[in-house]
Design a protein around this ligand. Structure first.
Ligand SMILES: Nc1nc2c(ncn2[C@@H]2O[C@H](COP(=O)(O)OP(=O)(O)OP(=O)(O)O)[C@@H](O)[C@H]2O)c(=O)[nH]1
Ligand SMILES: [Mg+2]
Length: 391
């Protein structure tokens, strides 16, 4: 599957930059393309210059609203970013048109951090406009939720996140949720290392995108998971997970390790990788609420068997009994890797939580605005009290 990837704001830019890196890796390791164009859009010129893999010209690193912000960002005010992108949306379309293999793309992936100003204010509007212009290609959003500590230190965090989620879910074909907080639960040192979080965020997409593009027959699976399976799976709120289980370094030659003991070890490793994928989903959710799911098993060809595929299918079905499940195998790599996607999730607690908290914020904000208006009125009355009225 081939994607056009566009990142908005600093978080979106950096993750899009990591997708551009994945594409270089796919070219190097498999001789294929999985990203037809990678672009970064920002109101902040400094953020754009800090990227490594997205081409460094103005058609790939797109500065919007420069006339109003002089390239210094919008300081978390997502309404301002929304106004700015409306004026500069043609820059994004010009960039998309310039991508040489654009016609080969299967879908768009737009990425933003929900809590900032630029990404949060721009992703929804751009999704809507792209859908109007390129109706035949789905547009997916990947939205990054903030760390918990940001909610207490920055007032706008909750409001921006809620408005971003609401807008994205109204316009995008699917919203893949990535919760920063979940990554530091795994490893607290990640709190100060968003670069490492980004690597973990994009990694599950590598096999998923490569599997259907493989050209070499020995890497083409028995049941190929192609772009069509992914397009059919992605809808609404979505979570993605990835697990790996290493294989021992020294292997007996093929044929000598196919006894039942080795088979059970192989199943055990596969289940272990799936367990990890399920426990490290990008957002906390209950798989019972998912209406669609898929898994991809990637491993050296002689490590995959029908038994293993059946065991993984059974394991996923027991987790997500209400989901239509698609699956595939990808004979590549040096360990047993499992990628899992849950989509069409009917209830995500974290989203509901942001909507609830934001309602409280807005009530506080509205009351504050009313008080301000009253105070201004009082001050004006006070100033005019000695002026005679000609009545
Ligand atoms: N995973 C991840 N999260 C990030 C990264 N950069 C920022 N964030 C998170 O994204 C949110 C802030 O969004 P930014 O992308 O910095 O903001 P912006 O869209 O540039 O908006 P302004 O700077 O306000 O114009 C916060 O919740 C950060 O924790 C990143 O590289 N990776
Ligand atoms: Mg910024």
């Amino acid at each position: 599957m081939k994607l056009v990837v566009i990142g908005f704001g600093q978080c979106g830019n950096r993750i899009a930059d990591d997708f551009a890196r994945l594409n270089k890796r796919a070219r190097r390791e498999c001789g294929i393309e999985i990203v037809t164009g990678a672009f970064a859009v920002n109101t902040d010129a400094a953020d754009l210059s800090g990227l490594d893999n997205i081409k460094a010209d103005y058609q790939h690193r797109i500065l919007i609203g420069a006339g109003k912000t002089s390239g210094h960002g919008v300081g978390k005010i997502n309404e301002l970013a929304f106004e700015l992108v409306k004026e500069d949306i043609d820059k994004v379309f010009d960039a998309i048109r310039s991508a040489p293999h654009f016609h080969e793309s299967d879908a768009f992936l737009l990425i933003a951090g929900a809590a900032g100003g630029t990404g949060s204010g721009v992703i929804g509007f751009t999704t809507q406009r792209i859908k109007e212009r390129y109706g035949d290609k789905p547009v997916y959003n990947l939205v990054v939720l903030p760390f918990e500590h940001e909610e207490t230190t920055e007032e706008r965090t909750v409001y921006n996140t809620a408005t971003c989620l609401k807008t994205a879910s109204a316009v995008a074909d699917a919203v893949i949720l990535v919760d920063n907080q979940r990554y530091i639960k795994k490893d607290f040192s990640l709190r100060n290392n968003v670069g490492r979080i980004n690597t973990l965020v994009v990694e599950p997409f590598y096999n998923l995108l490569c599997a259907g593009e493989e050209k070499r027959s020995r890497h083409v699976g028995t049941r190929v998971l192609d772009g069509g399976d992914i397009l059919q799976t992605l809808a609404g709120w979505t979570a993605i997970g990835y697990g790996q289980s290493a294989l021992p370094r020294i292997r007996l030659p093929f044929g000598r390790n196919r006894n039942f003991l080795n088979k059970s070890t192989e199943s055990h490793r596969g289940i272990q990788a799936m367990d990890q994928a399920l426990s490290e989903l990008s957002i906390t959710c209950n798989p019972v609420d998912a209406s669609r799911a898929l898994y991809l098993l990637s491993a050296p060809a002689n490590e995959m068997s029908m038994d293993l595929v059946k065991e993984l299918s059974d394991a996923l079905k027991s987790q997500a009994p209400n989901a239509i499940i698609r699956n595939g195998d990808y004979p590549r790599g040096t360990g047993i890797d499992v990628t899992v996607v849950f989509s069409g999730i009917r209830n995500v607690e974290r989203v509901k939580d942001y909507y609830d908290k934001s309602a409280v914020f807005m009530m506080g904000e509205t009351a504050r605005k009313c008080r301000e208006v009253e105070e201004r009125w009082d001050r004006m009355e006070e100033s005019g009290k000695n002026i005679p009225a000609l009545l």
